[in-house]
Ligand binder design. Structure first.
Ligand SMILES: [Ca+2]
Ligand SMILES: [Ca+2]
Length: 369
């Protein structure tokens, strides 16, 4: 079986992106006999070899793929296995081990690939490739790649590639061993425990901006953690009517159509006659960067306690939300025209927007850790 060059496969691998080795949980393996314990069936194009990638010989071996193409340009031979039922748009992970023995002298290389086809049983046209390759190190090497298949893909041919690179010596035969071949849906990454960056104000108030308020960092942490602090928000507006000062940041919306737990802790220094309340507010937008139509908003209860107090509410993010604005609000009474302005102050900490089922409940006044 003749196919074009290793180089083209490597470029496609870069386009799809390589997953870090060992990331995520092991996916279900759709490949039959990827460990080559006693035979290479049902693979085509390979012979069984007693060498095992994990040192498991003689109870397990590997697949030997010989390249005996008598060509003067880079080329490859393959062992193959076809898999049906490819789901378009799902992330697949391909992994395995390759051994390119030293001393073969023909610049051999090894690679893994999954070629998508538009028809069942690897018929029809090629649709795309997930692949990873090595030039060989004289020992077993782990290969791993992940990616998605484009629309129209029905099946995928798994390729164990035995290649020759420049300078090629015609008629020389080279071989690569393969073992522990796995191909399947990639494990879903766990959802973030908190979508709000710097909601614990460990060292600063970086990333937060203001609208009608002032903000600075305070070393007092809601749980007494000496390694973290909080945000001090002040409202010094000279309005004659009751008003709100906002500390805010815009973040990409978490997945829509789900309910989240939106919360933070708030403390209000006592003796502020013009203070009304402090609360958290979440606004949802159709576009990125808090642009486009506002799709809804949800605020927590107002807090005026002088001890750290949780403010929390469930919030349902609608499908189609592109971004959300997280707001820390300090409300104050209006003052008569010409009256002296006394800023009103509230402290905020541990602001989070988290999957509703995964939030770790923290009772007011109790340390988290
Ligand atoms: Ca094996
Ligand atoms: Ca903190």
């Amino acid at each position: 079986m003749k196919r074009p060059l290793l180089a083209s496969l490597v470029i496609v691998a870069a386009m799809f992106g390589l997953a870090p080795p060992g990331s995520g949980a092991a996916p279900a393996n759709l490949v039959s006999n990827g460990s080559f314990d006693s035979t290479v069936a049902p693979w085509a194009g390979a012979t069984w070899d007693p060498a095992d990638a994990g040192g498991g010989a003689p109870s397990s071996g590997s697949a030997r793929v010989v390249n005996d193409n008598n060509l003067s340009y880079p080329n490859a031979d393959y062992a193959t296995q076809c898999l049906n039922g490819i789901v378009v748009g799902e992330s697949y992970r391909l992994s395995g081990a390759a051994f390119v023995a030293a001393g073969q002298g023909q610049n051999p290389g090894g690679g893994l690939g999954a070629d998508g086809y538009s028809g069942p049983n690897c018929t029809g046209g090629w649709t795309g490739t997930i692949s990873a390759a090595t030039e060989g190190s004289g020992s077993w090497e782990a290969l791993e790649a992940s990616g998605t298949f484009p629309a129209g893909t029905q099946s995928a041919k798994i390729l164990l590639q035995s290649s020759k690179r420049l300078p090629v010596v015609p008629s020389a035969s080279t071989a690569v061993l393969f073992d522990n071949i796995s191909f399947g849906l990639a494990a879903e990454p766990p959802p973030p425990s908190n979508y709000v960056p710097n909601g614990s104000f460990d060292h600063n108030v970086g990333g937060w901006t203001t609208s009608g308020a002032l903000v600075d960092w305070d070393s007092g942490d809601a749980t007494g953690n000496p390694a973290s602090g909080s945000a001090r928000g002040r409202n010094a507006n000279a309005y004659t009517y009751d008003n709100h000062g906002y500390i805010e940041r815009c973040i990409p919306a978490p997945p829509g159509g789900a309910t989240y737990d939106f919360r933070g802790t708030i403390r209000v220094p006592p003796g502020q006659s013009e203070f009304i309340g402090a609360y958290l507010w979440l606004l949802m937008y159709a576009g990125p960067n808090c642009s486009g139509d506002e799709l809804g908003n949800q605020s927590t209860q107002w807090v005026s306690a002088s001890t750290w107090t949780v403010a929390a509410t469930p919030v349902t993010v609608p499908p189609g939300a592109g971004s959300v604005k997280v707001v820390l609000a300090v409300a104050r009474k209006g003052v008569p025209a010409g009256a002296p302005i006394v800023p009103v102050v509230a402290f905020f900490d541990d602001v989070s927007l988290a999957p509703a089922s995964g939030h770790r409940l923290v009772a007011p006044g109790l340390a988290k850790d």
